[in-house]
Design a protein around this ligand. Sequence first.
Ligand SMILES: Nc1ncnc2c1ncn2[C@@H]1O[C@H](COP(=O)(O)OP(=O)(O)OP(=O)(O)O)[C@@H](O)[C@H]1O
Length: 322
Amino acid sequence: MHDGSGRLIVQGLSKSFGPVNAVQDLNFTVRPGSVTGFLGPNGSGKTTTLRMLLGLVTPTAGTATINGLPFHQLPNPATVVGAVLDAQSFHPGRTARQHLRCYAAAMNVPDAQVDRALELVGLSAAAKRKAGAFSLGMRQRLALATALLGDPQVLVLDEPANGLDPEGIAWLRNFLKAFAASGRTVLMSSHFLREIEHTVDQLVIISRGRCVFDGHLDQLRAAQRSRAFVQAADPSKLVDKLQEAGYGIEYLQDGRIAVTGADSRAVADLALEAGIALYGMQDERIGLEQLFFQLTNGQYTSVQQHGAQWPAPDGQGFGGNA
Ligand SMILES: Nc1ncnc2c1ncn2[C@@H]1O[C@H](COP(=O)(O)OP(=O)(O)OP(=O)(O)O)[C@@H](O)[C@H]1O
């Protein structure tokens, strides 16, 4: 049974593998009713964190809880959390339905859930086909169906969009948004900002095992700075005026002034008022992707949609948030 919270709480979580500090003092909360992206370059510690959350790796320090409990203390965990860590782990000779029946039996979930899960992921027509012949996109869907068997409150997905074509990504986006809109929780990892940009509301970004951003995607967007580069006849007078107006200033080596938080129009208006001639102007906008580059300190990586519906936990209708 769902206890109605669906919260994932990571506190002071660390994991070292010998000399490798894979995860270092991570703190974040994932709330129901939203899709949270867990973003970071390759090797930044995403999988290790998800594995600690799912009780598959023991933390060196700290805790990771689901509904207030470590995974291994959850009563009937399959009904609380569904996870996909590896979309390739199928017996190639089994059909999609046979694969799901094996898991349903192991989870003590009624067989009826198998056809429901196949339907939810759009695989009903492929139920009798062997998983070994599935495309990567179909494997991702079958893995997701496996995670959905227990009708869980929380979905934890490691790189679910990996290898999907644009149509598959759009399908996944609709699906996860609808799942979250019903008051459930989604945590999905990615190393590619553009791939998940239109799917997630919240973002936790990690780099080298440490959290470098935790907040709403809009907060990240707001942090995109714009700058205007300007060459003026009287630079020091213009700088005085710009500083009076509250803009950040930087002198560039080539004699231009970089004005932070302003576009060229605002600078031109101010220069005109002050009677300062301008010889050249240029705008610069730091995009989300560049910002992600900066946040992850060059440890690179980089985030895409529709509409589905999803019943709320315990069949309470749509949009119920715990
Ligand atoms: N079992 C292990 N033994 C030793 N080192 C490990 C182990 N698992 C992970 N690591 C190391 O911990 C670091 C974090 O790896 P992790 O797989 O968690 O990163 P990731 O962000 O999921 O990367 P990717 O996007 O490439 O999957 C890496 O340096 C990795 O080599």
